[in-house]
Design a binder for this molecule. Structure first.
Ligand SMILES: Cc1cc2nc3c(=O)[nH]c(=O)nc-3n(C[C@H](O)[C@H](O)[C@H](O)COP(=O)(O)O)c2cc1C
Length: 171
């Protein structure tokens, strides 16, 4: 059976909810990416936005496994200021290129998701076999579940020996 990891960052729980469900359905290992220092919310989001805009590295906890040990890694992150959340950028800058096959998803309020996913792919140096943008309201209502089927299908196809890993399903 294919060896799949769902690795996600989540500040307020939306991305975590999607990641947990994907890991259960695929099935896959699940690993959270964590800030090394507690990240403020509310007004303190200003610091977080500045970190994204200036691409300042975030301090993150080490990830316990090697990404190269997996046939496919699914990365999930919230959209921050039209980009991926800063902790995901920090991880991918050093370890993104260790990933064999890649799938990406993000959660957002309403804009910037597609661009954030392209940047995640660029840091990993490869095109994702599946990509998905989930709106915050879809997480809350559960409507995102319908989007997950083609996303999961493309991942299963990619690890099932599909010879062309450039096949891409954007939902
Ligand atoms: C600092 C910050 C910046 C954000 N910037 C955007 C944005 O540019 N576009 C957007 O659609 N949502 C934006 N959001 C909303 C989050 O992407 C959305 O709430 C996401 O689902 C949060 O995921 P999480 O609960 O896993 O942390 C932002 C949220 C925060 C905290």
């Amino acid at each position: 059976m294919a060896n799949i990891l769902v690795l996600y960052y989540s500040l307020t729980g939306n991305t975590e909810q999607v990641a947990r469900s994907l890991a259960a359905k695929l099935p896959a290992d699940l690993e959270p990416l964590r800030d090394a220092k507690k990240r403020g919310v509310g007004l303190s989001h200003l610091g977080t936005v500045m970190q994204v805009l200036f691409k300042t590295p975030a301090r993150i906890m080490p990830v316990s496994m090697s990404l190269s040990d997996y046939d496919l890694v699914v990365l999930g992150a919230p959209v921050w200021a039209g980009d991926m959340a800063a902790p995901m950028r920090t991880l991918l800058k050093t370890q993104g290129r260790l990933i064999n096959k890649l799938a990406v998803f993000c959660t957002e309020q309403g804009s910037g998701g597609e661009g954030a996913l392209r940047k995640m792919e660029a840091l990993c140096g490869k095109t994702a076999v599946a990509a998905m943008v989930v709106l915050e309201k879809e997480v809350r209502s559960g409507a995102w579940d319908d989007k997950a089927d083609p996303f999961i299908g493309a991942i299963r196809e990619a690890v099932g020996g599909c010879p062309d890993d450039r096949i891409r399903q954007v939902v």
